[in-house]
Design a protein around this ligand. Structure first.
Ligand SMILES: [Fe+2]
Ligand SMILES: [Fe+2]
Length: 186
């Protein structure tokens, strides 16, 4: 997806988020190719990655991108897409992962999320580099990395069981954790 910038020392937020887009793309394929427990595990990893990635964008990157010329319109469009994706994931969590309905809806989400990522790269990320300097972009990367380091890599017992009977599912719990991580830092 997009072009990877050649960065000398570790990479900034743009490279980091683009790498996550590649991971998200690969995880969708993994879920669709896997069966049984492997699909369950791949789907959980996809949700974790999306929770971390989209929350970091919403908390760190989109607010700064709003200040770019025309950024307001673009960020509003991206946030709308992210909210639709969240709703789709919550719906998917209620389905049997081996059902045809799950596959159909996951494929639709895959198309939407990949188109969303492409729009971010072309209309938002690449322009951040023209507005912010290298130090600022690296600081943003550190904030984004923090969300990933704190979000759970394994389901927590309380989260999964609570999700069974309330509207807030495991995915939204992952989103909450990532957001808490970003806020506790500031
Ligand atoms: Fe996004
Ligand atoms: Fe993204």
């Amino acid at each position: 997806m997009g072009t990877v910038r050649n960065l000398s020392n570790g990479g900034d937020v743009v490279l980091y988020l683009k790498e996550q887009h590649d991971q998200i793309k690969a995880l969708f394929t993994r879920v669709l190719d896997a069966t049984g427990a492997d699909r369950d595990e791949a789907f959980r990893e996809l949700r974790r990655m999306l929770a971390v990635h989209e929350t970091a964008e919403e908390e760190v990157v989109h607010p700064l991108a709003r200040s770019l010329p025309g950024g307001d319109v673009q960020v509003t469009a991206r946030l709308r897409e992210e909210n639709l994706a969240k709703k789709a994931l919550v719906d998917l969590e209620r389905l049997n992962i081996n059902s045809p309905e799950f596959i159909t809806k996951l494929r639709a989400l895959q198309a939407d999320v990949l188109a969303h990522a492409e729009s971010e790269e072309q209309l938002e990320f690449d322009r951040l580099g023209t507005r912010f300097n290298e130090d600022q972009l690296k600081r943003m990367r550190k904030a984004v990395e923090l969300a990933e380091s704190v979000a759970p890599t394994r389901p927590h017992a309380g989260i999964e069981s609570r999700a069974a009977n309330v509207l807030v599912g495991p995915f939204m719990s992952m989103v909450d954790r990532a957001r808490d991580a970003l806020h506790s830092k500031s």
